[in-house]
Design a protein around this ligand. Structure first.
Ligand code: 0O2
Length: 221
């Protein structure tokens, strides 16, 4: 009987996780479509990289235990909003807001929450735009509305976040003050670099627009 119970539990868990994988597939396809169309219309690629993951059962359990929440699939579904996560790395800050705007206006994307850690960085220095959305997943016998956390950031923000994440876990969430301060300074440098790159990007755009008609005519020939 125990073996049968285990088998049933495994089946339930697999089916549970599948819905999150399907939701991720939907969102990544949407992002790919936007990326290709944006590339065609604006002649440059706003997205450097897209990655996605379904949170592992171990990290889900750890998070529930850390937050003193009940341990069950229902509790995971109710309390963990980042089981399905997509990370989009953009070239420039303006691209982040453009991609976010385009995703938000899609009819089947229900925006539940927006956290703008670019306008208001976290105390750690962390910057990113987070969209918590819900999309319908059409299963064989029902439609499930599944949450996906989309983190949109620049290459500089991503570089900072991945290093800080490693340091955070290396010190078991208790980073020494000196390092903490240096990380805040590094985050400010990353933000300054982003501002500089955005300025250069705008200047390039203006030059292109000035030479536009001639270049376009040349390309058509
Ligand atoms: P992991 O290991 O990346 O999955 P909650 O998600 O409910 O615990 P919170 O803080 O309200 O709480 O959510 P928020 O602010 O939307 O942050 C969720 C995710 O953003 C985190 O997931 C990280 O991926 C990222 N993040 C937020 N703050 C920081 C930060 O200071 N540094 C770095 N490197 N990443 C951050 P997890 O589950 O915490 O971690």
């Amino acid at each position: 009987l125990q073996l049968q119970q285990l088998k049933k539990l495994k089946q339930e868990m697999t089916r549970f996780l599948m819905t999150y994988q399907f939701a991720l597939d939907e969102i990544t396809t949407k992002i790919e479509i936007l990326q290709q169309e944006f590339h065609y219309m604006n002649d440059y690629n706003p997205i450097e990289h897209v990655s996605s993951r379904v949170k592992s059962p171990e990290s889900m359990l750890t998070k529930l235990m850390r937050k003193n929440l009940p341990i069950s699939l229902a509790s995971m579904e109710e309390h963990l909003t980042d089981i399905a996560g997509v990370r989009v790395t953009c070239s420039f800050v303006s691209d982040i807001y453009e991609i976010s705007r385009m995703l938000q206006q899609q009819k089947d994307v229900d925006v539940l929450e927006i956290k703008d850690y670019i306008q208001e960085p976290k105390e750690s220095g962390y910057q990113s735009l987070h969209l918590l959305v819900r999309v319908p997943v059409f299963m064989s016998d029902r439609t499930k509305y599944v949450c996906v956390e989309i983190q949109i950031r620049t290459i500089a923000m991503d570089f900072w976040a991945s290093l800080e994440h490693k340091i955070f876990y290396k010190y078991n969430r208790d980073v020494p003050d000196r390092l903490r301060q240096e990380l805040q300074e590094a985050a400010a440098s990353a933000a300054a670099l982003d501002r500089k790159m955005e300025k250069l990007h705008l200047e390039m755009k203006e030059i292109k627009e000035e030479n536009g008609p001639e270049e376009e005519a040349f390309e058509l020939l």
